[in-house]
Design a protein around this ligand. Structure first.
Ligand code: ZN
Ligand code: ZN
Length: 429
């Protein structure tokens, strides 16, 4: 989590993990003929990914696909397309825009790093580079309580230097595409991190994020303090689950990780995009499946939508529905009622998986007088037609800059996903 702070870093990290586990990268432009027994992965925009293993005896029609789907995007402060700001009191600030709940009150006075993707043009070729500026780059300071009421405003910006005055640009820098849109000192720092010149930078997707390291703590070292767990936690556990799951000759075992869940998923790289269809079509056409066989396989398939869920918070016990409060270090929870996918049949499937891996299935359901966030479960169920259940690893402080989970919950999640992926789910009609 420390080494992969942005979604770009995280997808790169998963790629290396999959490469090391013998998965082969395929691209949408050049879909290779996939083989039974093969392991593959596909990325889109550098921010979404589908990884899968085709069973050695997989037969389209009677056989099934087991999918775990989650989202990788997290709340953040995105740099504005023009992040330059007039210097106030001599400071240098960077103008940022909230992505989902990024920049909420928990983001104030926090150590922020800066990084993401830089689009570089060199000798006619355009490529992207994933960078991170070293150390802590800034923070948005609060006002002392002495001043009385201190309204916060999302247009207030992180302070990144006491030296607000801009340096003198070189002739080349003056002609750079981003010159005048961002502080020259920021442009130079980014160019240095990307090993390029300021005028080679065409654009970027840069953000500010919590630079605080993940820590294990608590009196019994049973708590894990970390940023961006919603939802790099289920994404990580699902990929680890796929890599460690026992292979099944008659299954396609698949993990789909999406971008943009926090802003509604309706993007090319989001869960409303067609990346899952592309991956499934690649399997089916490689094995010469007929339309009927594809439909039969989908009907036999099962999808687990994994997104962190609200662990009970003892200081706000009344916010929770009694008897529906997941706790830390126990295991994965199924989500019922609210805006979640799945019926009693699907909760039964979750019970089955928990029993198979010796976990006690926990339940989350919202009170009638509260609302909870949505997940990608319902949209994927509606789109694919696969029966679907919504589950999650419990965390506290969801959408805070710093979240908390149990130290065993990462492993419990991994076991649960690996167990689900290992066996087909048969549901009588
Ligand atoms: Zn969220
Ligand atoms: Zn989430």
């Amino acid at each position: 989590m420390d080494a992969h702070p942005t979604i770009f870093h995280f997808v790169e990290g998963i790629r290396s993990k999959l490469d090391a586990a013998g998965f082969n990268e395929i691209t949408e432009r050049d879909l290779a003929r996939l083989r039974r027994g093969g392991k593959y992965y596909l990325t889109r925009n550098g921010t979404s990914l589908v990884a899968f293993r085709v069973g050695l005896d997989f037969v389209p029609g009677p056989d099934a696909v087991n999918v775990v789907a989650s989202h990788i995007d997290a709340n953040r402060l995105t740099l504005k397309p023009s992040s330059i700001a007039d210097s106030v009191m001599g400071y240098l600030q960077i103008a940022t825009a909230p992505y989902a709940d990024g920049g909420n009150n928990t983001w104030w006075d926090r150590d922020l790093g800066l990084g993401g993707r830089v689009i570089v043009k060199r000798r006619g070729a355009v490529f992207s580079k994933i960078i991170r500026l070293p150390g802590i780059v800034g923070s948005t300071p609060t006002l002392a309580p002495h001043f009385g009421a201190m309204p916060t405003n999302l247009e207030q910006m992180p302070v990144v230097s006491t030296l607000g005055r801009e340096p003198t640009p070189t002739v080349r820098e003056k002609e750079a595409p981003l010159y005048g849109k961002h502080s020259l000192r920021l442009l130079r720092a980014v160019a240095k991190a990307a090993f390029c010149e300021v005028d080679e930078i065409l654009e970027w997707d840069l953000e500010m994020f919590s630079a605080e390291s993940a820590r294990i703590g608590g009196l019994d070292e049973d708590l894990l303090y970390c940023s961006r767990m919603d939802d790099k936690l289920c994404s990580y556990s699902a990929i680890e689950g796929l890599i460690s799951a026992s292979e099944h000759a008659h299954l396609v075992q698949m993990v789909a990780l999406y971008d943009n869940e926090e802003i509604g998923s309706e993007t090319r790289q989001g869960a409303r995009g067609n990346l899952l269809d592309v991956a499934l079509a690649a399997v089916f056409s490689s094995l010469n499946a007929t339309t009927d066989e594809r439909r039969q396989t989908i009907a036999n398939s099962y999808l687990v939508s994994a997104d962190v869920t609200h662990a009970g918070n003892p200081n706000y016990a009344k916010a929770y529905l009694e008897n529906h409060v997941p706790l830390l270090n126990i295991g994965v929870a199924v989500k019922r009622l609210g805006r979640f996918a799945g019926s009693g049949v699907d909760a039964g499937v979750a019970q089955l998986v928990s029993a198979r891996c010796d976990q006690k299935l926990q339940y989350f359901a919202p009170r009638n007088d509260t609302r909870t966030g949505g997940t990608i479960g319902p949209m994927l169920a509606a789109h694919t037609g696969m029966p679907t259940v919504d589950v999650g690893i419990p965390i506290m402080s969801m959408h805070s800059i710093r979240e908390i989970t149990g130290v065993h919950d990462v492993e419990l999640g991994k076991q649960w996903f690996a167990t689900f992926l290992a066996e087909p789910i048969y549901i009588a009609n």
